[in-house]
Design a protein around this ligand. Structure first.
Ligand code: APR
Length: 240
């Protein structure tokens, strides 16, 4: 397939599903996870920071790490890639769904509404324990668990390793990818399931999956086409 062919397929598609990962927010200054030099997991093991066991074992270290994540998010602005995906949603309407693994809230700030957040959202709370941590006086200065008004120890509203994804979000994403004529996989290494498995929902039903990533990933060999570029330029080449 050529870039022209991929562009034509996106243009003609009635139903489009998109999966994004940390790479979409890299151009907003938020480090990805697995980049060997700058990645968030380059200096820590995920299971030592992003798991219920880690939180139980060493809550202060976990919260000190998340203070850094809040700092990243406080500084970040949506970039061109977020904006292009919000525009694609306007074009495709009900035939569009964006499933993100990111917890930085940047897709929503760029105007995406047909959006499911598979791994949670640092900016919001699900319940009293994950209530508006972000609304605390200085979430980026935390070094110990904040306590809710009812005295409960709070945690970030993110899905940790070993935890289930929000079922309604995963179900909506699986349905959208199964129905998609074309799926886009943007800025993800495609190594964390079930999110990474969404692309195969589309492929198995004869849909096309196009990747936008400056590097090849574990998904690349299975996909219809790869735009080997950063998200903003790669999406511009595909969508404008
Ligand atoms: N534009 C597009 N892609 C980029 C860019 C960029 N500017 N910079 C880096 N990338 C790509 C990398 O090549 C890599 O394939 O983004 C991907 C980032 O991969 P990861 O760091 O593994 O992030 P992600 O795929 O989102 O991780 C999935 O793992 O740690 C858990 O829950 C966490 O949601 C996260 C999940």
């Amino acid at each position: 397939m050529t870039l022209e062919g991929a562009r034509a397929a996106v243009k003609a598609a009635q139903r489009i599903a998109v999966l994004t990962g940390a790479g979409v927010s890299a151009e907003s200054g938020i480090p990805t996870f697995r980049d060997a030099q700058t990645g968030q997991w380059a200096r820590f093991r995920p299971e030592d920071l992003a798991s219920p066991e880690a939180y139980h074992r060493d809550p202060d270290t976990v919260w000190t790490w998340y203070a850094g994540r809040y700092r990243d998010v406080l500084r970040a602005e949506p970039n061109e890639a977020h904006q292009l995906l919000a525009r694609l949603e306007q074009e495709k309407g009900d035939g569009f769904l964006l499933a993100t693994q990111n917890v930085d809230g940047l897709h929503a700030r760029a105007g995406s509404r047909r959006l499911v957040e598979l791994h949670g959202n640092l900016l919001s709370g699900r319940d009293e324990v994950t209530a508006e941590v972000f609304a605390l006086p200085a979430p980026d200065k935390l070094t110990t668990p904040p306590v809710s008004p009812n005295g409960n120890r709070m945690r970030p509203n993110v899905v940790w390793f070993g935890e289930f994804l929000p079922p309604e979000a995963l179900e909506a994403a699986a349905e959208a990818f199964a129905a998609a004529d074309v799926a886009l996989v943007v800025g993800t290494s495609g190594v964390v399931y079930p999110a990474a498995g969404l692309a195969f929902e589309t492929l198995q039903r004869g849909g096309m999956v196009i990747e936008v990533n400056p590097e090849a990933t574990e998904l690349t060999p299975h996909l219809s086409f790869s735009v080997r570029d950063v998200a903003s330029r790669g999406l511009a080449a595909l969508l404008t």
